[in-house]
Design a protein around this ligand. Sequence first.
Ligand SMILES: NC(=O)c1ccc[n+]([C@@H]2O[C@H](COP(=O)([O-])OP(=O)(O)OC[C@H]3O[C@@H](n4cnc5c(N)ncnc54)[C@H](O)[C@@H]3O)[C@@H](O)[C@H]2O)c1
Length: 403
Amino acid sequence: MIKNIHIGLLREEKVPHDNRVAFTPLQCKWILSHYPGVQITVQPSEQRCFTDDEYTAAGIRLSEDLSMCDVLLGIKEIPQEKLIADKTYLFFSHTKKQQPHNRQMLQAILEKNITLIDYECLVHEDGQRILGFGFFAGVVGAHNGLLAYGARTGTFKFKRVHECRDFQELITHYFGVKIPPIKIVATGSGRVTAGILEVMGLLGIKYIPPEEFLINSYAYPVYTQLKAGELYLRKTDKTYSRDDFHAHPENYDCRFLPYVTASDILMNGIYWDKNIEPLFAWADMAKDNFRIRVIADITDDAHGSIPCNLGDSTIEDPVYDVNRFTQQKLAPFHEEGVTMMCVGNLPNELPRDASQYFGDQLMKFVFDDLMKTDSKMIDRATIASAGKLTEHYDYLQDYVEGR
Ligand SMILES: NC(=O)c1ccc[n+]([C@@H]2O[C@H](COP(=O)([O-])OP(=O)(O)OC[C@H]3O[C@@H](n4cnc5c(N)ncnc54)[C@H](O)[C@@H]3O)[C@@H](O)[C@H]2O)c1
């Protein structure tokens, strides 16, 4: 059964303020014209990448008070005091891994009888995540990696992504830029890597299969892509099975090492957890044949798949160097350094496009389920229902109680 619902788009309150939003003004307008039972109200915001005037111009109502809404959509965590009792919220709560900094927020959600549906937990039947900002993280990360290489070597210049109004303007900016004959290795096959490959295509950087990339030189810029199956092989029989790798990554060896001597830039977009072997070790970096000079670690786990990721940099100051021999952090572009780009909120450099992409996915794959009174997809992503942890997430009880 389809419900009538009143949706509220929240102002982002977490500091520093996020500038993204779940639906753009035009998406809101489209929803109102296609779903007669839906109302939308937007909380005013000075930080949002779409202005209040743009919502008003699209005919969308603005109101500070969202207490009349049934479902409230945000992006990032919500300060406890802003949570309205008895409502249904959708946002990235970052609670399912028992993140300590969000415990009090989850306690407040339960106390206030709130239903929490977490975007991160919305998955297709095969377990693939439905929503994410990875594509634009990949675009911005690849751009920033190239920008850093151009600045380090003095060979070409890019402007910053956030100086462009949107992705379209960024594409225009690429016209006429000449990239020298460098070799780029990209890892992964998810949304982030799709964004990296988009930038490769826009800049006319040519794809080379991994085995050729390793042994050849080229008179023009090239890239290769290493998916998990090319990067990891089971120790016992040198095969790869996706399900087995996800379940037992500790049984797999990483095969990245030959690429450290064949690549100028590494763009890292592969998923990582602590049981997955890193791409290389500090000791490899200190060797003469370590050729990589810039690493765009878009995956961005500190001391993770890239051991020399010494923690986040910021959009304002996106790169630092690490000393290959002493393992210390340095100012960018040091002779003994490898330049690291490790920004954790890359999509914020292209917030209008990132928001539109997110809203599209939400609309295509989630919205109809949200309107139903029962949906398995929504159930699986519901961490709390009317103030109680659901059965999928009852393992969070100890975390909530601070045990
Ligand atoms: N720096 C940033 O601003 C930023 C932004 C978005 C995402 N990210 C990070 O980038 C990484 C990739 O994100 P994405 O959007 O491409 O993800 P995605 O969901 O599109 O793809 C993830 C890939 O990892 C694989 N995978 C999933 N679970 C796995 C497991 N347990 N073990 C091994 N592989 C697994 C999936 O099969 C999929 O191919 C993530 O770590 C994400 O947190 C960073």
